[in-house]
Design a protein around this ligand. Structure first.
Ligand code: TSB
Ligand code: ZN
Length: 591
């Protein structure tokens, strides 16, 4: 989808359309007061205070009609420049504009207004010249938005829309939006019974349903095996810690606003943990280490709690209770490059297994000028940063550098992906850390018998199981590869009177081979059951009738395919098991 904000013409058009929206709303709701109406990547919005009035989705058509009326007047959109005092006078009845104006510095900015017909708005511009250019627009949705994004402030109403130069472009945009909605993991999650939410549990606290739990278990087994083979040691640690633990780690000072508040139990004060690093530091510190033992890789599928703004939580993608596929790797400074390479290779390996192709690597480095923001050890930073670059070049991984985006304690590599709806998010991450081992007094004994401080690599390949599952749902549109699918096989007896017995025989055979399956024994037409099976996105639909029963064969159809194949029972079982063992992707299945 084209980025409207970054396209000069579309930016102007959408900005003007936001004004047109405000003008129409003012006509229909004379008490309306306006906050800001910016252009965004996929259109524009306007935040409006309507007093007691509420705009619902069905009112948007009416507002659109009024917008069309206003636009038809062929009004020129005229810019005036005014002084701060004039602006304060002009908008004195509008507390929102007064807030904006009072924060403007007269000597630095020209305050500009744009007028179209009976409507004037404070605005930097630029705008199109005449309202007649605003023909092909659509209002898309309305939602609540706190003033200045702060939950303590009043809730305003935010109306979203989009505008193009031609009807074709607008229709194409709407089509892509519709497609994205279909691919949205929140819709798939509901349709396929993967997860649910409930107010009684709370915002951003999804509940994984049995189908989702199967997927998660498969993901756990998969990554556990990979990590085990690479020498990771897995642990289980509590998902709370004392405030003192997080004071020691520094999270209490630097990460507190992302944490749930503390709670007192007897004499101890606990927090729900937002990260697992402190626990893993203690695990490392539990024994003495020699340089010969390093790297030590401590992994955990660890539950964390973070305070995410209520407007930011989203399905499984951004949650307040998450499970990280976490590990902390303790290395000598000389081992940074080698270990980092292993992590990046693992990321690439995993993405290949899942057929993930659209992602970008972002290498966050320090800004060497900014001495305050970064842990002070020039030599460490320079060596580490050049090692990271070296590894990425060696692995021929395309990446972009983000200078000044590193954490205080070290540089990091993130993998960014684009969800069906909304902005890019980070999936995998690998963060170098020079500081945390110091805070926990961690050491190893070097060749000469001296104590040294290890470097830590924080890494999460899936990121969290939550976010990764959300992403895979969108990538596959819910048609998971067979190894991951909650139900792998759906058995349909053509006629339950004559073929149910054979269906049961096949069921037992497959179950004995560890296959997850259903038998559709409902007394419905075959065509209907086939369609249902498609809707549930079950990879294999088995059709068992006379022919199959009499010859002990299995006829099957793959999800999304038209052809039906027939194989003898044993051959089918080995074919299916091979696909599962090899984690074959649907696109690579021969039907
Ligand atoms: C990798 N201490 C490190 C860890 O050792 C850490 O916590 N890093 S993190 O803050 O970047 O989080 C790890 C991953 O969790 C992120 O890369 C992202 O994929 C995922 N994640 C972060 N916040 C959320 C959230 N609110 N919901 C779902 N997943 C999230
Ligand atoms: Zn960590």
């Amino acid at each position: 989808m084209i980025n409207i904000k970054e396209n000069e013409r579309l930016n102007k058009l959408n900005h003007s359309c936001a004004h047109l929206l405000a003008q129409a709303v003012k006509h229909l709701y004379p008490n309306a007061k306006f906050w800001v109406g910016p252009v965004i990547e996929d259109g524009f919005y306007y935040d409006i205070d309507l007093g007691d009035a509420v705009i619902k989705e069905e009112d948007l058509v009416n507002i659109e009609k009024e917008m069309k009326k206003c636009a038809k007047d062929n009004k020129n959109i005229v810019r005036h420049e005014i002084s701060k005092q004039e602006a304060l006078d002009m908008f004195r009845d509008d507390p929102y504009k007064m807030d904006l104006i009072s924060r403007m510095d007269e000597s630095e900015v020209t305050i500009s207004c744009y007028t179209q017909g009976d409507f004037t708005d404070l605005c930097r511009g630029p705008h199109v010249e005449n309202t007649k250019e605003l023909k092909h627009f659509k209002l898309l949705k309305v939602s609540g938005a706190y003033w200045k994004g702060d939950a303590k402030n009043k809730m305003l109403q935010r109306i979203y829309g989009v505008c193009y130069d031609t009807e074709e472009e607008l229709q194409e945009h709407l089509r892509l939006l519709e497609e994205a909605k279909e691919r949205d993991h929140r819709k798939i999650g509901k349709d396929l019974d993967i997860f649910m939410s409930h107010d009684l549990v709370g915002k951003g606290m999804p509940l994984w349903l049995p189908n989702g739990a199967v997927i998660r278990k498969q993901l756990e087994n998969y990554i556990y095996e990979k990590e085990r083979k690479m020498g990771y040691l897995h642990v289980y640690t509590p998902c709370v810690g004392t405030v003192d633990l997080y004071k020691t780690s520094g999270h209490w000072d630097h990460y507190k606003e992302n944490m749930f508040p503390s709670m007192k139990v007897d004499e101890e004060e606990f927090v729900l943990r937002p990260m697992n690093c402190p626990h893993h530091m203690l695990v490392y510190g539990n024994t003495l280490h020699s340089y010969r033992d390093l790297p030590i890789r401590i992994g955990e599928f660890a539950t964390d709690f973070r305070y995410e703004a209520s407007g930011a939580v989203k399905g499984l993608e951004r949650v307040r209770c998450m499970c990280q596929n976490d590990a902390h790797l303790f290395v000598t400074p000389e081992q940074i490059g080698e270990e980092f390479k292993k992590v990046v290779s693992l990321i690439l390996d995993v993405y290949q297994d899942f057929g993930i192709e659209n992602y970008s690597f972002r290498l966050s480095l320090r800004d060497p000028e900014d001495k305050e923001k970064y842990f002070d050890d020039d030599k460490m930073w320079n060596e580490a940063e050049s090692k990271l670059r070296e590894v990425l070049n060696e692995l021929k991984v395309p990446y972009f550098e983000a200078i000044g985006e590193a954490a205080f304690y070290g540089p990091k590599l993130d993998v960014e992906v684009k969800p069906a709806v909304g902005n890019e998010v980070t999936l995998s991450t690998c963060q170098l850390d020079f500081l945390l081992p110091r805070r926990f007094d961690l050491t190893y004994i070097d060749k000469e018998g001296n104590k040294q401080i290890p470097v830590v690599l924080h890494r999460a390949i899936f990121g969290t199981f939550d976010r990764f599952t959300a992403f895979i749902m969108e990538e596959t549109k819910g048609a998971f590869p067979t190894w991951l699918a909650p139900t792998q096989v759906n058995i349909i007896p053509v006629n339950i009177e004559y073929h149910l017995e054979y269906a049961d025989e096949v069921k037992r055979l497959l179950e004995n081979n560890g296959i997850r399956l259903e038998v559709d024994a409902r007394n419905e037409k075959l065509g209907y059951k086939m369609r249902e099976s498609q809707k549930k996105k079950i990879p294999f639909t088995l059709i068992l009738g006379n022919n199959e029963r009499d010859h002990k064969t299995i006829s099957y159809r793959l999800h999304g395919r038209e052809e039906t194949q027939t194989l003898p029972q044993e051959e089918f079982v080995s074919y299916l098991k091979e696909i599962i063992d090899q984690k074959v992707l649907n696109k690579d299945l021969k039907s």
